[in-house]
Ligand binder design. Structure first.
Ligand code: GLU
Length: 428
């Protein structure tokens, strides 16, 4: 078992190198794609409520834009690192390509703990971030979006700052905006719902009815909550969710054998997104240690928190009953653990396919923003379903045709598309 600290970028490069070999990519294409094309590091001075100035560190990494403007979210996280942002930007390139979106891959981040900042301070941070990057993002260059601990409100502050700087209205510069302010109906639900579209399709492949399945969800943020909602609507039963407890700096799991109630848990969630342990216990939930989600006797695991969740250390605790894992988070499974899942024959819907619903809906938002005409929610979600299902079928057909693991099949499709775009443009 490895004791080396987890590095998401090394993981993304390891995955890429393996696939580059399988695809027989030439050296120049490998050199181009295993590194980001551009990256920006900046200092963000923010006037705090007490009058002092605090300087934060922020990043934007543009991995590849051969297929279109860069696309990808901005994370606010105390443990953010440049290597994590690099990895996430590379995964965005593959994510956009697997759904065949005319977009490249980027990612941004700020090292901060947003829960300890007031709304005004968060606004200052968003505006400071845009002031540093305003000339290098834009509707035809690079288009940010929300991610971990950033929301529609953050996107609107960023848009407003961008428009002040450039002196015009540019709603296509950012996605995940609030509905009514250039946002798309369905965008909030999109990532979690997309995860469940892939679960629905994978269950068809496995010849299992959703009504006969149980699942365990790691995380209780935006992706997890909408994944639970739709999975329950298609008949599945979630018996355990895990959730980060901000005060205790640890995760907890909440289990109910006859199925958790999303509404019940949402009502006892604090402003940091943590589920209240005592209130949950009063409602009949068993409160278990944070990593208990991985060893539950269920059919489906939905890791929807952060990277590095299924590792060499805990993969052995996954129950024999688990048949399907759909990765709502980015990079939840380390290569070491992935090898074990592959050997065990678990059907894995890889992160950059499973959670592509968010960016796919962002693309639909951009189209609507640019037309200045907005669709009904059903129309957005219908298009999202078609695009996600088409991507899933493409990957699963490739997996069958070339006898590949689903993650490898998704990589083969994405990397081949991006490499082709680089060649077509005469870059390599
Ligand atoms: N942050 C989301 C992701 O990781 C969405 C990105 C976007 O909408 O651009 O896919």
């Amino acid at each position: 078992m490895s004791t080396k600290p987890f590095n998401a970028f090394e993981m993304a490069q390891t995955q890429f190198d393996k696939m580059a070999e399988l695809l027989g990519l030439d050296q120049a294409t490998r050199d181009l794609l295993r590194q980001p094309m551009r990256e920006y590091h900046f200092s963000l001075p923010v006037r705090m409520d007490d009058g002092s100035v605090k300087v934060f560190r922020g990043f934007r990494v543009q991995h590849n834009d051969a297929r279109g403007p860069g696309k990808g979210g901005i994370r606010f996280h105390p443990q953010e690192t440049i290597d994590t942002v690099r990895a996430l930007s590379m995964w965005m390139t593959w994510k956009c390509a697997v759904v065949n979106l005319p977009l490249g891959g980027s990612k941004g981040g700020v090292i901060c703990e947003p829960h300890s900042l007031s709304q005004r301070e968060q606004e200052g941070l968003c505006r400071a971030w845009v002031r540093q990057i305003a000339r290098d993002i834009g509707p035809v260059r690079d288009v940010p979006a929300p991610d971990v601990m950033t929301s529609g409100q953050h996107m609107l502050w960023m848009l407003d700052e961008f428009e002040h700087i450039h002196g015009g209205k540019y709603p296509g510069v950012i996605t995940g905006k609030p509905v009514g302010m250039g946002g798309s109906l369905g965008r909030t639900e999109a990532t979690g719902y997309g995860v469940v579209f892939t679960i629905r399709e994978a269950l068809k492949e496995l010849n299992i009815k959703a009504q006969d399945t149980t699942a365990c969800v790691q995380g209780f943020g935006n992706v997890a909550q909408y994944a639970i909602e739709l999975y329950q609507q298609i008949g599945g039963k979630v018996i355990c969710v895990s959730c980060w407890d901000q005060e205790a700096s640890q995760a907890n799991c909440f289990r109910k054998a006859d199925g958790v109630s999303l509404e019940e848990l949402q009502k006892i969630t604090d402003r940091f997104g943590g589920i209240n342990k005592q209130k949950a216990a009063d409602l009949g939930y068993e409160v278990l240690p944070g990593d208990a989600w991985i060893e539950q006797d269920v059919d489906i695991l939905i890791p929807s928190a952060l990277e590095n969740s299924i590792t060499g250390d805990n993969v052995g605790r996954i129950s024999k009953r688990v048949k399907l894992i759909s990765e709502g988070a980015n990079g939840p499974t380390t290569p070491e653990a992935d090898h074990v899942l592959h050997e065990r024959g678990i059907f894995v819907v890889p992160d950059f396919l499973a959670n592509a619903g968010g960016v796919t809906c962002s693309y639909l938002e951009q189209v609507q923003s640019n037309m200045n005409y907005f669709w009904e929610k059903d129309e957005v979600l219908g298009k999202l379903d078609v695009m996600m299902t088409t991507a899933f079928i493409g990957v699963s057909d490739m997996a069958k045709k070339r006898k590949l693991y689903m993650r490898d099949a998704a990589y083969v499709i994405s990397i081949a598309r991006v490499a082709q775009a680089c060649r077509d443009r005469g870059w390599v």
